[in-house]
Design a protein. Structure first.
Lengths: 344, 430
């Protein structure tokens, strides 16, 4: 039970982090038709910038300033590079972001080195947020903060006590992602600028005719998307590792999220992020293999079959490819994505 | 590209000359550059030419931006290596010289299977799906060590078969000529493909998919068939790779290699048939030579790519063709002084920028070796202000001079283009 709860929470927090990234990507895609290949690179830049700021002033100013810096970078890129190739069509737009991802990766390695940097979360977030104490006598209890050692050790050998801590950084990640989701939703549906953005999505010419500067709206959306990625980077970087490979590890997964959720659908991206986050987290923790399952069902395996790699693969080993398998299955059975509306 | 109407010509002299020159070049080059390094580089160029041309069947001719082309070259390499080992063990009777063809059929089979999923969509979703498939195969490669050999990869021996006419494929020169034959035949075949009805329909799907549907073609089927053809030629490149390197590691199916195909095909020029061949030559030169000279080569490559996408989306091939047009109207003479000036300014600018980049790299990566580095024969001290000041000064001078000459050149270029347009109009009225 405590394994399920903790894994579920871990999966949800990872899924919410994925959503922070994919929301910006979806927003940019649905608005400008541009798949921002460098989105994960902005995520990485956010982590590194926050690391540098954190060394000067501490974590909290970094949490605010780094997304702003990344957002400004994104807006500048849109203004001076992306807008220039807009008239050439979609493929050059994708290509230029692809080139940018190369350049950002090299520049990051140039400035911060090729190895991982030590980007610690602040003191408040280092411990566990709460601990689940599962005792075979008292049942399940929640202790906020770290559980005292006396609680986790049992004097009696017959009593089994398991303590499962839930890291505070993960809790913080969920909190920020939910706050961001709420803010984004309010911004898009309740404010004037949100209305302009929504209408520029579907009728850019009409919006322009009404006197709104649509290219500037595009620039702002691109900058905002990059800033969201930067924010995710600050949190992701401090929770996991801040290293040059961090863009590549998360980059292809968020593309899967966007396709699975349905191109351009924000709600679909939300659903797909949570789904993939939870599935992947559970898969990593499970140590079952096909061979084990067959033996459990009472199927006797020949020595050759028992040595077969495919049968011996455990679920945790397969975890990295699950999102991609999911992608292929979705494409075969529901090509427009989970909540997508258009099929092109 | 290929906008002109097809005219029946019984004997196309220009084409014979171009293809003859290409064949001659393939034959003569190893005789001119005799060193071992040159020979391996030439072999790699042949492989890269086939791979980039097959990639351009998707990108240039079909408008399909694939991020997973290395899947087809890489998986074919693995199949080819396993076939080599079978030949060595005596369980497979196949001449070694046919290994690339076997790779081609492997690539075809993989393209039939995976392409069915990927070509369901076009445009941006296609790009993302190919990316996903690429990641899937790469992750699989580390999971199934029986086939992919784990981290170490699978190695083979190309001298496994019996020598035919004294050709054992031991010496690199024999391998080179085998690869050269494959390169020539595949290039010709892929050019022929652009002239088939399918190749023409593929161009139509790229330019206006909706209209193609109206005429009654299934765009999905056209994309699928083209994808299979591209997979076949990619597989041949994979087989050639296996013969040349005698090893296949997980890296050959990785995203890095797919990215390199895309990058260099685009740099060479996706809108012309011969563009990817330029790109392929550049790919080998950059990978082997540039990476020797400087650690910052990926940064240079990325920056060049960004500028190319912004200012010359047709790649190097389009630059060549534009100047050929100017030359055909006999106006290149007016531009060449501007070219010289531009080239000089760009050189100054590059020297300044490169000195800066190299010093930063040196500080970041080689700090243990002391503050001095040699840059183009000069000693730079990365800890002293004068080196930095000098580099920035050179860069700024270059930028200023470039801007001045660029304005002049842009004016001249516009004038020349206007005159050419006028000349074309005049000829039409004749």
């Amino acid at each position: 039970m405590e394994f399920f709860t903790i894994s579920m929470l871990n999966g949800l927090s990872y899924g919410l982090l994925l959503f922070m990234l994919s929301s910006g990507l979806t927003l940019i895609f649905s608005m400008m038709g541009v798949l921002n290949f460098a989105h994960a690179s902005f995520y990485m830049v956010g982590a590194y910038v926050a690391y540098s700021i954190a060394r000067l002033t501490g974590f909290w100013p970094g949490l605010v300033i780094a997304p702003l810096v990344v957002g400004a970078l994104g807006a500048l890129f849109e203004r001076y590079c992306l807008r220039r190739v807009h008239r050439f069509g979609h493929v050059p737009e994708l290509l230029i972001t692809f080139g940018l991802s190369y350049v950002i990766l090299e520049v990051v390695q140039l400035v911060w080195g090729r190895t991982a940097v030590e980007f610690q979360p602040p003191e408040v977030l280092r411990g566990p947020a709460f601990t689940l104490v599962d005792s075979s006598v008292d049942g399940l209890r929640i202790v906020f903060g770290a559980a005292p050692a006396a609680l986790c050790a049992s004097a009696d050998a017959a009593v089994r006590v398991v303590c499962s801590p839930f890291p505070a950084t993960r809790g913080f990640m969920m909190l920020v992602a939910l706050a961001m989701l709420l803010a984004l939703w309010l911004l898009l549906t309740r404010t004037r600028i949100g209305l302009v953005i929504q209408s520029a999505l579907t009728h850019p010419d009409m919006v322009e005719a009404l006197g709104h500067n649509v290219p500037r709206v595009f620039m702002l959306v691109f900058g905002a998307g990059a800033a969201l990625a930067g924010l995710a980077g600050v949190i992701g970087g401090s929770t996991f590792v801040t290293e040059p490979a961090m863009a590549a590890t998360v980059g292809s997964v968020i593309f899967v999220v966007v396709v699975v959720g349905g191109m351009g659908s924000l709600a679909g991206a939300f659903l797909a992020s949570l789904l993939i986050g939870v599935v992947q987290t559970f898969a990593v923790a499970l140590d079952y293999s096909l061979a084990g399952a067959l033996q459990g069902l009472g199927v006797a395996l020949s020595p050759a079959a028992a040595g077969n790699t495919l049968l011996k693969l455990t679920v945790s080993q397969v975890a990295p490819i699950l999102p991609y398998l999911f992608l292929v299955l979705i494409l075969i059975f529901r090509p427009k994505g989970l909540l997508g509306t258009r099929e092109d | 590209m290929a906008a002109n109407v097809y005219h029946f010509k019984p004997w196309n002299v220009g084409r014979v000359i171009v293809w003859g020159a290409f064949a001659l070049l393939l034959i003569v080059l190893p005789l001119l550059f005799r060193s071992n390094l040159a020979l391996t580089m030439l072999s790699q160029m042949g492989i890269a030419i086939v791979a980039c041309l097959s990639y351009n069947m998707l990108l240039g001719q079909g408008g399909m931006l694939s991020f997973g082309h290395a899947v087809y070259t890489g998986l074919a390499s693995f199949i080819a290596i396993h076939a080599l080992n079978r030949i060595g063990a005596g369980t497979l009777a196949l001449p070694v010289s046919l290994i690339p063809l076997l790779g081609g059929f492997a690539g075809l089979v993989f393209a039939v299977v995976l392409g069915f999923v990927t070509t369901k969509k076009s445009g941006t979703p296609f790009a993302m799906i190919t990316l996903g498939i690429g990641e899937l195969v790469f992750a699989m490669s580390l999971m199934v060590p029986e086939f992919f050999g784990g981290e170490a990869g699978v190695s083979g021996n190309r001298m496994a078969g019996k020598p035919v006419l004294g050709i054992s494929f031991g010496p690199q020169i024999q391998v080179y000529y085998l690869l050269a034959i494959y390169t020539f035949v595949c290039t010709a075949a892929m050019y022929a493909f652009t002239r088939t009805p399918l190749g023409r329909m593929l161009n139509a799907v790229r330019d206006n998919a909706e209209r193609v549907e109206f005429i009654g073609y299934s765009t999905q089927r056209v994309r699928y068939l083209a994808f299979i053809a591209a997979g076949f030629f990619a597989g041949i490149a994979g087989g050639m790779y296996a013969l040349n390197f005698e090893i296949a590691t997980a890296e050959v199916v990785g995203a890095g290699r797919s990215g390199a195909y895309l990058l260099f095909t685009f740099l060479g020029g996706a809108v012309f048939f011969f563009g990817p061949m330029i790109g392929a030559v550049l790919m080998v030169l950059a990978g082997v030579l540039l990476s020797e000279y400087t650690k910052a080569w990926l940064l240079y490559l990325g920056l060049i790519f960004l500028f190319m996408v912004m200012y010359a989306p047709g790649g190097i091939a389009s630059l060549i063709m534009m100047n050929l047009r100017v030359a055909a109207f006999g106006k290149l003479r007016r531009l060449w002084t501007s070219y010289l000036a531009l080239g000089g300014c760009v050189l100054v600018m590059l020297v300044g920028a490169a000195a800066l980049i190299e010093m930063i790299y040196h500080l970041q990566l080689d700090a243990a070796l002391g503050p001095t580095l040699s840059f183009m024969g000069a000693e730079l001290n990365a800890h002293r202000v004068d080196s930095w000041f000098g580099a920035v000064f050179v860069l700024l001078t270059g930028c200023g001079m470039f801007e001045l000459t660029r304005r002049h050149f842009a004016y001249e270029w516009g004038e020349v283009q206007r005159e050419i347009e006028k000349e074309i109009k005049r000829r039409e009225t004749l």
